[in-house]
Design a protein around this ligand. Structure first.
Ligand code: UDX
Length: 468
């Protein structure tokens, strides 16, 4: 039991949900606002214990320093949800809302059971008025559902619900939190709504300039988050779709993407070709958008956005088919090393990582897998619990690649650019293949060493290409 310092804090803030968003966001608020007491609660005791240890449950550059600076000073991680609700006047809700796996809307809509349970907990334990802040990305109109639940009791307590979606990107969370492009606050245009909005503006104003704090209605705020993610994912699917055409025509996707991005109206970000996007947000949010559009009978709009997901699946599928095709149409008993398992660099998160799909397809072909990743190996192991297949998990990339027929680069970790590929080539079975799903390696150099190189949206450099 941690003894809290006897201090008069200016505000008491609670966050329900100690995940990838709740943990880092609250750490930043506590770091920037020592005058507030910030408590993060979760029903998962193990997760809370990790937040209270030196081995945080989330890997983010600089996160441990920020947590270390304020933990047990004005930042607390706890499992006592009841106490947290009772003592705090401001409650962020950041529980996870995965895609529904059952019933109506299965595979598309969000599973809101944790969200609803949280609303009911808040209602049960509250003894005074609260501001409730939606932090999880949610289907549009969830705030309204929250309000219905919170007003379902006869007590006189008032709950004012705000929407304040988080735009941080994993692996870059601390930088994004410290220097956000924008803070979005959706509120009701009522005296109480405006007052609650001002309280939240007050919190962010401790370190974010006024021109970056945007206010809107609750519905616009909820929808803007889904649409922002849909637009980002759409850019990736757009460039990935063109990578297929580059491979057929001899154009080079890096050159095409550079030229397109140089148009200041388009901009260069999120035009990096890949094996497909992953992560907990893009697919889930687009599915939500599609579901919402279908619900309102907007079938053309729904189909349009669903196309972004179709291209993403196509890209992952193309990558695997290419490996099979290039390696003489059989992978049985061939050893393939996956360089990276995280859905992007600088995170240990593997949710919706293209690696999961690629690994499963390779196992279906009876390939043997060696998985290496600097941060995601434990999460990767969990993905394969109960799955049959010849899989090894090896942290050292040299040991992982040794004896393999091929390397598939899945995650754009910098370390993979800096390895001694002469040494790796010598240790591999010949002919040795590299499939660079991120186009991060020096292909000509690797070809000169003796590798056969296949990338995305570029011509292959391979002694076998002439014969194909
Ligand atoms: C995303 C949004 O960026 C963030 O604003 C929102 O709050 C949550 O969802 P995140 O999923 O953490 O963040 O990562 P992001 O950097 O957006 O990357 C998502 C996926 O797209 C990754 O798999 C990444 O590798 C891939 N990607 C990204 C590309 O394939 N090409 C690119 O050019 C950029």
């Amino acid at each position: 039991m941690i003894k809290e310092p006897a201090m008069n804090f200016e505000k008491k803030i609670l966050c329900i949900g100690a995940g990838y968003v709740g943990g880092p966001t609250m750490a930043m608020i506590a770091f920037k606002c020592p005058q507030y007491k910030v408590t993060v609660v979760d029903i998962n005791c193990e997760r809370i214990a990790q937040w209270n240890s030196d081995d945080l449950p989330v890997y983010e550059p600089d996160l441990s320093e920020i947590v270390g600076a304020c933990r047990n000073r004005n930042l607390f991680f706890d499992t006592d949800i009841e106490k947290g609700i009772k003592e705090s006047e401001i409650i962020f809700v950041s529980v996870h809302t995965p895609t529904k796996a059952f019933g109506e809307g299965a595979g598309m809509a969000s599973d809101l059971q944790y969200w609803e349970k949280t609303a009911r907990d808040i209602l049960r334990y509250s003894e005074s008025d609260k501001i409730i802040i939606e932090k999880s990305t949610l289907p549009v109109k969830t705030a309204q559902a929250m309000e219905y639940i919170l007003s379902s009791s006869n007590n006189a307590i008032h709950f004012e619900v705000l929407s304040n979606p988080e735009f941080l990107a994993e692996g870059n969370a601390i930088k994004d939190l410290e220097n956000p492009d924008r803070i979005l606050i959706g509120s009701h245009d009522t005296p109480r709504g405006i007052k609650a909005k001002d309280v939240l503006i007050d919190i962010y104003s401790n370190w974010v300039s006024a021109d970056r704090i945007i206010t809107s209605s609750i519905w616009s705020s909820e929808l803007s988050k889904l649409v922002s993610n849909a637009f980002l994912a759409q850019r990736i699917s757009s460039i990935n779709s063109i990578s297929a055409l580059c491979e057929k025509t001899g154009a080079d996707i890096k050159e095409v993407s550079y030229v397109v991005g140089k148009d200041s109206r388009i901009g260069s970000k999120f035009l990096e070709v890949s094996i497909g996007f992953g992560g907990s947000c893009f697919k889930k949010d687009i599915l939500n958008l599609v579901y919402l559009c279908r619900h309102y009978g907007l079938y053309e709009t729904a189909d349009y956005w669903e196309g972004v997901l179709r291209i993403n699946d196509y890209q992952k599928d193309r990558f695997v088919k290419n490996i099979l095709n290039v390696m003489f149409n059989t992978l049985a008993n061939k050893k393939i090393c996956l360089f990276g398992f995280a859905f992007k660099a600088n995170t240990g998160d593997v949710r919706e990582s293209p690696a999961i799909y690629v690994a499963q397809r390779l196992l279906d072909e009876k390939a043997k897998l060696v998985i290496t990743d600097p941060k995601a190996l434990e999460n990767a192991k969990r993905e394969f619990l109960g799955i049959n297949g010849d899989i090894e998990f090896i942290e050292n990339p040299y040991d992982a690649a040794s004896g393999c027929d091929a390397i598939a680069v899945i995650t754009e970790w910098n370390i993979y650019k800096e390895l001694d590929y002469d040494r790796i080539f010598k240790s591999m079975t010949k002919p040795a293949f590299i499939f660079d799903g991120r186009n991060i390696l020096d292909h000509q150099k690797l070809f000169n060493i003796g590798f056969n190189i296949y990338s995305v949206g570029k011509q292959a450099l391979s002694i076998f290409e002439k014969s194909r």
